[in-house]
Design a protein around this ligand. Structure first.
Ligand code: GDP
Length: 178
């Protein structure tokens, strides 16, 4: 559509394709969210219930085998890239926006575990889908243009977590003991 508007009306539209995004106002519903907010809310739910019920045999269950890898980009970095494009890019071909770094779901689970302060075990549930084994965009065009993604994944992860905790209600995470 951007290409058609550009061709027909001379409208300076560009099309940017981001990688997997995360950040504030994400969907944290455990059943319908993507992996990063899903893991965070699951870890919080387990910590809350463990603290209140003094269970020791707790574990966090991660979907799939833990072997697929994904590339993540904080939504603020995408906003930064969008501004960069408006100032520096005007071309019909679409442009990919990624961090250039990938992480396995197992590594992600370990990071979330450490960040949330969860001390139980991580279990993998292979009955849940792994999905695509690898998703890594080729963002070389963007990097060659001089955009610096300023990727600091751990800090970005903590930022998303902290901003989520700002709106966190303990009651939302209590599960029935029966
Ligand atoms: P997509 O596969 O890139 O569209 O995105 P998802 O975020 O839904 O899934 C990415 C990977 O995380 C897949 O390999 C899932 O099996 C894995 N995964 C592990 N735990 C979870 C979880 O709690 N929720 C979701 N959605 N995916 C999970």
């Amino acid at each position: 559509m951007c290409q058609a508007h550009r061709q027909q009306y001379g409208f300076d539209a560009i099309s940017a394709m981001p990688t997997n995004l995360f950040g504030p106002n994400d969907n944290f519903d455990p059943e319908k969210s993507h992996v990063l907010p899903g893991m965070i809310s699951e870890a919080i739910r387990i910590c809350v219930n463990n603290d209140l019920r003094e269970k020791n045999d707790i574990e966090i269950v991660v979907w799939g085998t833990g072997t697929p890898s994904r590339e993540f980009l904080h939504c603020d970095a995408l906003a930064d890239a969008a501004l960069f494009f408006m100032q520096n890019y005007s071309d019909p071909s679409h442009i990919k926006v990624g961090s250039g770094k990938e992480i396995t779901m197992k590594q992600l689970a370990e990071l979330v575990k450490e960040m949330v302060g969860f001390e139980g075990e991580i279990q993998y549930d292979p009955s849940k889908p792994d999905g695509t084994m690898k998703k890594l965009l080729d963002s070389s065009k963007l990097v060659a243009m001089g955009w610096d993604p300023k990727i600091k994944f751990k800090e970005d992860l903590v930022d998303a977590y902290q901003r989520y905790l700002d709106n966190f209600e303990v009651e939302d995470f209590l599960t029935c003991s029966d």
